[in-house]
Structure formats: C-alpha cells, structure tokens
Design a protein around this ligand. Structure first.
Ligand code: SAM
Ligand code: MD0
Ligand code: SF4
Length: 367
C-alpha cells in the first residue's frame, strides 16, 4: 500500500476512536484531492455525525431584518460603501409575521440577523433589539439565534435574559493579518472575545470561517483548532461568493470541494457539534454535497415573498420557495435523512446549556 494511503488510514482510524489530530494531520486531510481519498473522509464524517445525531437534521429559519451596516467588510455585499444593495429595516410587526410564518413552516429555530445597523447602536436602540428577541420567542415558541455583529457585553446579557439561545458571530479567519484585510478597521480580539463573553452570559455560540478568501491550509487548520478551543456549539464554513460593487468583486468563488472538505474535517474534529449546510451559497443544489460531507443543520431557510434577503446569495431560490422546509424535505428523504422533532432540538439545547453552566461554575470556583 502506498505510504499516503497508510497515512490516511492511520489518521482516520485515530479520529474514529476520538483521538485528537495534530495540525499537520488536519492539513494532510484538508489537502487531499483524489476522489477515493475524499470519499473515505466524507464517509467517516457521516458516520461520526450519525453516531451523535442519527439521520436527523435541524432546520433554521433565517430573517435578515436590517441590511444597513456601519462596517465595510471587503467580502460583503452589504458593506456600508456599496451602492447596489436594497437597504431595508423591517418593522417589528414585519419581523414577527416572518418569524411566525417560518415557525409554521416547521423550522426549529429563528435566526435574527442584521448588519451592524447604526439604528441599534444609538440610545435605546439595543433595547428595541432585546424587545424584538423577546417577542419573537413569545410569538413562535422557538429557540432564537441572534446575529448582530459585535455588541457590548451588557447587551449580550440582556439578550440572554430576553430569551435568546444563540449568539452567532463569525471570525471568518483566525489569521490576524488576513482578518485585517477582510474586516477592515474591526478589532480582531474584540470580535473573538465577544463570543467568550456570550458564553459567559449563558448563550450558545456559533463560530465560522470563509473559504476562498486567501487563506492557506495551515490557516484553515489553525481556524479549526481555534474553533474547537473556543468550545463553540455550532461551527461553520461558507465558500466566498463574489459580490457586485465590492473590492473582491473580481475574485473567483473557490471550488466547492474546499468547503466540503472543511465541513468533513470540522465534523471529524468536533463530532458532536452542530455543523450547517447553508443554502446561502449554492441554494438547494448545494444541499446534498454538504450533508454528505457531514453537516447536520440546514440554515438560511427564508420565508418567500416577504422581501427578505440572503447574505451571500441575496435572492437565490428565495421567492421560488426552494429555501423553505417544503422545498428541502423531498431531497432530505431521498437521502434517507429526516427533519428532527422540535423536542429533539430543545433537548440538545438544554443539555448544551447545562454543560455551559457547569463549565462556568467550575471556572468561577477556580478563581
Ligand atoms: N453583520 C453581522 C456580522 O457580520 O457578524 C451579521 C451578518 S453575518 C451573519 C454575515 C456572514 O455571512 C459573514 O460573517 C460571512 O461569514 C458571511 N458572508 C458575508 N458575505 C459573504 C460572501 N460574499 N460570501 C460568503 N459568505 C459571506
Ligand atoms: C446562513 N445566510 O445561515 C445565513 C447567515 C447568520 N447567522 C447566518 C450567514 O447561511
Ligand atoms: Fe456588515 Fe456583517 Fe456585512 Fe460585515 S459581514 S459588512 S459587519 S453585514
């Protein structure tokens, strides 16, 4: 047997037994390209996922309710200086209608997302955000994720008290030099520590990276290790999609195998974490590949016809109703998978919050 085959087999065996992998081993996996090798990695990723989650996936409804932003991220369509996007800020009752409609369609969670909209950073702005979370939770009875960008610590606390379950905030890369080129004039450490603070407030955290923005394989390995050290409950990767009117407009979107391999390696390193297959990159077309790579959450389901946008794909598949529970169920079933029950999802969240509390009290005692 060739020595790279032996090496691959050895690494996958270690991973299967729950042994941790070195950075070089992660890089080796991330650098594979032969179809047969890739299939072995995906197969292990799926079997680890099934060990913890069987064939059940969680479904997240996405509500991008304000597309105003004070930041100028080079990769993002909604960066402040881009003149192309339609800017909107949905009213409270519009958000509630969208959330209820998503809940009725069968999603397990409502993800309330916004740009760093100056409206919320002004006096009393954050209290209206906190209020919105409370009302979405009351009106839908569902777990809520909030993706507001970096907010002050007391706001994280208030959001948690108001009933938010998750704080999502993606570092994009854990290479500080690269970060500087992506999130212009945004403090790396502040963004990273907001996630630790969120956990301190009892919130579950989603961390994530972009693929195809100039990162190297050692960068990706470093990111995966960083996400694992952070202890994020949900970890994601999304392929960069070039956006009109931005400095990265002329870049190419990376070959999808890169994102798929990263999903698989995330699953191998963090087998019991939630890992999204986002519909925001390739729409419904890209779903099967991502689930086959080991993802167990479908995100960016958007209620159609309400004038709501996606992020990386601002309109793709939305009004056609493909980014809905109904739109994806046939494909799930074809793959032998199914939507989890809401009870399944609630139990997972409750268990993770309990772990978080135990960790916190242990840390307090150690002080
Ligand atoms: N404004 C908040 C923030 O930046 O944290 C919330 C929005 S956040 C959910 C938007 C995320 O979508 C980014 O963190 C990035 O990972 C992803 N994203 C944005 N533009 C993208 C693009 N062009 N291609 C792929 N992913 C993109
Ligand atoms: C997604 N478009 O799930 C959404 C977004 C924000 N928490 C998530 C990037 O792909
Ligand atoms: Fe604003 Fe978020 Fe886009 Fe950056 S990624 S420009 S913070 S909406």
């Amino acid at each position: 047997m060739a020595s790279t085959d032996m090496k691959l087999r050895h690494i996958l065996q270690k991973a299967e037994c729950g042994e941790s992998l070195s950075s070089l081993e992660l890089q080796f996996l991330l650098g594979l390209s032969k179809p047969d090798d890739l299939n072995q990695v995906f197969k292990l990723a799926r079997s680890l996922r099934d060990r913890y989650f069987e064939n059940k996936v969680f479904l997240y409804g996405f509500i991008y309710f304000s597309t105003y932003c004070r930041n100028d991220c080079t990769f993002c369509y909604y960066r402040k200086s881009n003149v192309h996007p339609k800017r909107y800020r949905k009213t409270e009752s519009e958000v509630l209608d969208a959330a209820v409609s998503a809940a009725e369609s069968g999603v397990h969670l409502i993800d309330l997302t916004l740009g760093e909209d100056p409206f919320y950073y002004k006096r009393y702005g954050f209290s209206s955000l906190v209020d919105l979370v409370k009302k979405v939770k009351m009106n839908t009875g569902l777990p809520v994720m909030i993706s507001p960008g970096v907010v002050p610590e007391h706001v994280l606390n208030d959001l948690s008290i108001a009933g938010a379950d998750w704080f999502a905030c993606y570092q994009e890369t854990h290479n500080k030099e690269l970060y500087k080129q992506l999130r212009l004039k945004q403090n790396y450490d502040l963004r990273f520590s907001s996630k630790q603070k969120a956990m301190g407030s009892g919130l579950l955290v989603e961390e994530g990276i972009l693929a195809g923005v100039g990162e190297t394989l050692p960068d990706v390995a470093e990111s995966i290790e960083s996400m694992s050290r952070l202890g994020a409950q949900q970890v994601r990767v999304m392929s960069f999609v070039p956006q009109k009117g931005t400095p990265m407009e002329q870049w190419q979107s990376p070959p999808r195998i890169r994102e798929l391999l990263i999903i698989a390696v995330l699953r191998i390193v963090m087998p019991d974490r939630l890992i999204p297959a986002s519909l925001d990159v390739d729409g419904i077309q890209g779903l099967q590949g991502r689930l086959d790579a080991g993802a167990n959450v479908i995100t960016s389901l958007v209620p159609p016809k309400l004038g709501l946008a996606g992020v990386a794909q601002s309109t793709k598949d939305i009004n056609e109703g493909f980014r809905t529970v109904q739109g994806i169920i046939p494909m799930l079933n074809q793959m032998g998978m199914r939507a989890a029950s809401l009870d399944n999802y609630y139990s997972w969240i409750i268990r993770e919050k309990e772990k978080l509390r135990m960790l916190q009290s242990r840390e307090m005692r150690a002080l």
